[in-house]
Design a binder for this molecule. Structure first.
Ligand SMILES: *[C@@H]1O[C@H](CO)[C@@H](O)[C@H](O)[C@H]1NC(C)=O
Ligand SMILES: [Ca+2]
Ligand SMILES: [Ca+2]
Length: 166
């Protein structure tokens, strides 16, 4: 094969594979469910490391509307884990919840009963959890950031670019 055609084909094939095989596509993002339990800081770091393998900036999931919440709830319900970190945290200012992706204050939330309660004055990281007897049906809970949990990474859904040739 002509080398330029080969390169063009490779680039084209790569951008068409917009979410890696083990990632889930929803709207403008790709999501990844971990199987490992990590602290919030380690989870965030690991998302970034995984994203770099695909040349993208990955972070913990930004659950910023009801559609994304519902989609992720359906996705995590298919796993054995009952708790997943998302990107919301109030580490910098107690009570001011921001997304790790953007630093922007959250505008949508899906807190469970009595959450966020900052129990012990030390709960600054959000997870979605299933605990039906307590009314948590993949609702959000604030946890100590040192709690080790599975987590959801996200990265942008790559745009389709024009192939190099053609
Ligand atoms: C993660 O933590 C959960 C809950 O404590 C546990 O059931 C599960 O086995 C852990 N997973 C790993 C991979 O350690
Ligand atoms: Ca807090
Ligand atoms: Ca809490």
């Amino acid at each position: 094969m002509n080398i330029l055609l080969f390169i063009a084909f490779t680039v084209f094939a790569t951008v068409l594979a917009r979410c890696p095989a083990d990632w889930n596509h929803y709207n403008d993002r790709c999501f990844f469910l971990s199987r490992d339990n990590e602290t919030f800081a380690d989870a965030l770091k690991l998302c970034e490391v995984i994203g770099k393998q695909y040349g993208r900036v990955a972070t913990l999931a930004t659950v910023d509307d009801a559609g994304t919440q519902k989609h992720l709830a359906n996705l995590v319900a298919q796993t054995n884990s009952v708790e997943f970190y998302i990107g919301a945290n109030d580490i910098v200012h107690e009570g001011t919840w921001v997304w790790s992706s953007s630093g922007q204050t959250i505008t949508y939330n899906h807190w469970g009963p009595t959450q966020p309660n900052n129990r012990g004055g030390a709960e600054n990281c959000a997870a979605i959890t299933y605990d039906a007897p307590y009314g948590f049906l993949w609702h959000w809970v604030d946890e100590p950031c040192t709690f080790e949990s599975t987590y959801i990474c996200e990265m942008p859904f790559a745009e389709v670019h024009s192939p190099v040739v053609g």
